[in-house]
Design a protein around this ligand. Structure first.
Ligand SMILES: Nc1ccn([C@@H]2O[C@H](COP(=O)(O)OP(=O)(O)OP(=O)(O)O)[C@@H](O)[C@H]2O)c(=O)n1
Ligand SMILES: C[C@](O)(CO)[C@H](O)COP(=O)(O)O
Length: 379
């Protein structure tokens, strides 16, 4: 399903003080909002909602890498503006996130996305663990049960058409999009939140956020690299599918699926980086349901697994080894297709080709080989 991400950042951050809205302030060398946007790279197309006064600043920070939309006077008006801007775009799922939550872990995002496979709406939260009091004039005036109480976080995820209709029907004044969805009768699953996913609200929250970043740095950057290799033999036919692109040729490739050797190598590279075996483990060739299957299914599965395990794909590199057909004229289309399936920018995808100087099975034009590397980065 096509996923869109809406990041609302049109507020003025009055409670945080500091001279400029909190989303533009520096957090350990990077603007808060740049960190928030980076947390969602590779998940889906990103729309950032800004105050009309901040548009020039938004263009300077993000260029054309995100869509900018002018927000409204309230949070729900800002969300509504972004939802309306996405009508007719074919988006099926939408994640709505506060620009003021820059440290959202990948696993929190993945939890919401996975829940959306079966639920109409899902949002992360943490159970309340402290005792709850009422207070009047600085004194405890009563106690409340914490049973069944949660602290709500974002991203909150919905089916696009349902949350758009819910916002259109809502009178306004909702604290969050879950409130809007429930007013429209949607059920909302609770998924695991994280203490790292704080909303910068008051000045002291910047120190908390810096401490979380420092702890992550102490743990070290979690970078994983995987490689993949695949071979398919030629058979009779009039073209081959390479990295999702049909390339005319005097032969076809033999395989249980569509025999997309480049995409198979890349899928295995991602599984390899995750220490999750290979395509055969997830999609056994003995299973008739994968006969003739489009290899996009395999690659999309590997990418989803990466997200669920808390990783984003930083870059991928595929090398196709064959004498013919010539790959060069199709390489741009292949890179665009892989980028689309992986949900990452095309400039993070490389597809190149080489001959084997007429040596070996590729040199004798008996088949095509492909090698791939994938780099994954954890929270
Ligand atoms: N008219 C508004 C108000 C809020 N937000 C966004 O909604 C998120 C959550 O709101 P909050 O933390 O309350 O931010 P502010 O409204 O900026 O803060 P304050 O209430 O302290 O002014 C923030 O990312 C904020 O930028 C928005 O897009 N449009
Ligand atoms: C959406 C939200 O982050 C859920 O916790 C929160 O309601 C928005 O912040 P606000 O301070 O209530 O505007």
């Amino acid at each position: 399903m096509t996923v869109a991400v809406i990041i609302v950042a049109a507020g003025r951050g009055s409670r945080a003080g500091g001279g400029e809205p909190k989303q533009w302030r520096d957090l350990a060398g990077v603007p808060v909002l740049a960190r928030t946007v980076a947390a969602f790279r590779g998940i889906g197309r990103i729309t950032v909602v800004l105050h009309p006064d901040d548009m020039v600043r938004g263009i300077a920070l993000f260029g054309g890498t995100v869509t900018l939309v002018a927000g409204g006077a309230t949070r729900d008006a800002s969300v509504r503006a972004a939802l309306e801007s996405l009508t007719g775009s074919g988006v099926e799922k939408v994640l709505i996130h506060d620009g003021a939550r820059p440290l959202v872990p990948r696993a929190v995002i993945a939890g919401v996305l996975t829940a959306l496979d079966t639920a109409p709406a899902a949002a992360p939260a943490l159970a309340v663990t402290d005792a709850l009091w009422r207070g009047t004039e600085g004194r405890v005036s009563g106690t409340e049960s914490r049973e069944g109480l949660y602290r709500a976080q974002t991203p909150q995820g919905f089916r696009f058409a349902q949350i758009l209709a819910a916002h259109r029907a809502h009178p306004g004044g909702a604290a969050d999009d879950v409130e809007v969805a429930r007013a429209a009768g949607l059920t909302v699953d609770i998924t695991p939140g994280s203490e790292d996913n704080l909303k910068i609200t008051f000045a002291e929250d910047f120190a908390r956020a810096r401490a979380i970043l420092a702890a992550r740095k102490d743990r070290g950057m979690d970078v994983r690299v995987g490689n993949g290799y695949d071979v398919h033999a030629f058979c009779e036919g009039d073209g081959v599918i390479l990295c999702g692109v049909k390339v005319p040729h005097t032969k076809a490739l033999l395989g249980h699926s569509d025999a997309d050797v480049g995409m198979h190598a890349l899928t295995d590279a991602i599984y390899g980086a995750l220490a999750e075996g290979d395509i055969g483990r997830h999609f056994p060739p003995s299973d008739p349901q994968w006969k003739g299957a489009a290899s996009e299914i395999f690659l999309a599965h590997a990418a989803k697994l990466a997200t669920e395990k808390g990783y984003r794909i930083s870059n991928v590199d595929v090398t196709i080894v064959c004498e013919r057909p010539k790959v060069g004229p199709h390489a741009a289309a292949m890179m665009a297709e892989l980028a689309r399936i992986l949900g990452i920018s095309p400039n993070r995808v490389s597809v190149k080709a080489t001959t084997s100087e007429r040596l070996g099975f590729t040199g004798r034009e008996e088949g095509i080989a492909a090698l791939a590397t994938a780099t994954l980065i954890g929270d």
